[in-house]
Design a protein around this ligand. Sequence first.
Ligand SMILES: N[C@@H](CCC(=O)N[C@@H](CS)C(=O)NCC(=O)O)C(=O)O
Length: 242
Amino acid sequence: MSTKLILYGTKHSAPVRTVLLTLSALDIEFEFREVNLAAKEQLRTEFTKKNPQHTVPALEDGEHIIVDSHAIAGYLVRKYGKDDTLYPEDFYARAMVDQRMYYEATTLFATCLKQIIGPLFRDNITEVPKEKFEQIRQSYAVLEAFLVETPYMAGEHLTIADFSIVSTTSTLNFTFVPIDKEQWPRLADWLTRMEALPYYAEANGVGLKGFAEKVQSKMPKQYEKLWKKSICGDQKWRVKVM
Ligand SMILES: N[C@@H](CCC(=O)N[C@@H](CS)C(=O)NCC(=O)O)C(=O)O
């Protein structure tokens, strides 16, 4: 590779962690450039020139800039992957991966996570409305259904759909609605298998833990109450990545 890839982002961001997981799985060298969202660095002209959507992640590959975690993950596999396992060339297999990633983008991230995070960090609310937790539970039920026929989110093998979904689902699980292994056994098992990937802790766990600490500081009372009420009383999920 002639030019080193540059990834712009913060490890607290779930979409950024999707890209970190993909880069790790492909064993690609890259430079990480921190974009501090709290300081609104994503709105600075030097960044909006690269990404008018002012979102992270953004990837610089020589003269090209690619934005959106799903587009970046697919690009990385197609350009740098030794084979197509993580993002299959087969039309149907790829459609499955794409569908799962659209679900992540529109529901897990945009509807579940972003709608909680916005008010928490932008409007300084300290209590998340209960219906938001119900939306997360409903999305866990959909993920459980995705896993009925196959061990991974989009088929028999690990793909970038798993990276995308684990970045948000691990965040929702760790901060807002712990995954109850009685209610969603396939989802709990899948998450355990994802956590066992050799690069998981570094690529997803570190940023996830940092993000969870920020959430806890924003809603300390509700956070404790949520975890006390959790059916996963052993807090297995919570300590796993620490
Ligand atoms: N669909 C996008 C979502 C990216 C996104 O919204 N990132 C958030 C951080 S998690 C962000 O950069 N927010 C800053 C802003 O919108 O100004 C992706 O998957 O990359």
